[in-house]
Design a protein around this ligand. Structure first.
Ligand SMILES: Nc1ncnc2c1ncn2[C@@H]1O[C@H](COP(=O)(O)OP(=O)(O)OP(=O)(O)O)[C@@H](O)[C@H]1O
Ligand SMILES: [Mg+2]
Length: 250
């Protein structure tokens, strides 16, 4: 699904990612943890192709294709989804209309016709039910006056609708109440299949009780310094990051 080889990236000449190697196979869930400022969100942005980051070295391969030269939009059309991808407030554009447009854009990029309105409606209803999203919510203006939890829920709804190959969720758990956390996590679990993969970035082990990862990686100063099973997340919760920093001599 995704293969990252020796990735170095910087922003404004400041090196942030300093040699990332990561392989995510179809059907897998990978969790990325690590101290503030270690480069987790940067890694997510670089995979998604955000332009403010400069890739200095290395390569990113999605489904056996090198995507280094593709724009963020082209990567999205190839099936990469990054939460917070569309954090913009758009007054007058509803949650539903926004996602309709996004889906039809993706279809257009693949040379397909717009999705018939009837099918679209059916899909929207199905996914809204799956995520326990109120119908009224769907007609609200995108992100306008959304609470933190509503924003996250909208993101997961977008993800459910777009059915990405690779979903990257950056701190989807922060700001969610316990019920919303469960709903979002259940949604992610229901969307999981042998043909897609998920990378969850989180600070807390709690989310990983709901979305159980196959692998946990610890990022520190732009490198993955330790990888392990879900037990590693428990260990981090208990002991913090200092022992890892000592282990790698940082
Ligand atoms: N657009 C940017 N301009 C300047 N510096 C940036 C930019 N993006 C990231 N950085 C810097 O790169 C480093 C890594 O940031 P990043 O957001 O990737 O960390 P993180 O691991 O996601 O942290 P957190 O856990 O706090 O979310 C930080 O020192 C940050 O200030
Ligand atoms: Mg971050």
């Amino acid at each position: 699904m995704l293969k990252i080889n020796n990735l170095h990236a910087s922003v404004e000449d400041k090196a942030i990612l300093r040699g990332i190697n990561l392989e995510v196979k179809p059907g897998e869930v990978h969790a990325i943890m690590g101290p503030n400022g270690s480069g987790k969100s940067t890694l997510a942005s670089v995979i998604a192709g955000k332009e403010e980051y400069e890739v200095d070295k290395g390569e990113i391969i999605l489904l056996n294709e090198n995507i280094d030269d593709l724009s963020a939009e082209e990567r999205a059309h190839k099936g990469i989804f990054l939460s917070f991808q569309y954090p913009v407030e758009i007054p007058g554009v509803s949650v539903t209309n926004f996602i309709k447009t996004a889906i039809n854009e993706t279809r257009k990029a693949k040379g397909l016709e717009d999705m018939p309105a009837k099918d679209m409606l059916k899909l929207i209803r199905e996914k809204a039910d799956l995520l326990e999203i109120d119908r009224k919510f769907l007609s609200r203006s995108l992100n306008e006056g959304f609470s933190g939890g509503e924003k996250k829920r909208n993101e997961i709804f977008q993800m459910a609708m777009l059915e990405p190959k690779l979903a990257i969720l950056d701190e989807t758990d922060s700001g969610l109440d316990i019920d919303a956390l469960r709903i979002v996590a259940n949604g992610v679990n229901k969307l999981k299949s042998k043909d897609n993969a998920v990378i969850v970035i989180t600070h807390y082990q709690r989310l990983l009780d709901y979305i159980v990862p196959d692998f946990v990686h610890v990022l520190h100063e732009g490198r993955i310094v330790k990888s392990g099973s879900k037990e590693l997340a428990h260990e981090l919760e208990e002991k913090g990051y200092d022992w890892i920093k000592e282990e790698v001599g940082a």
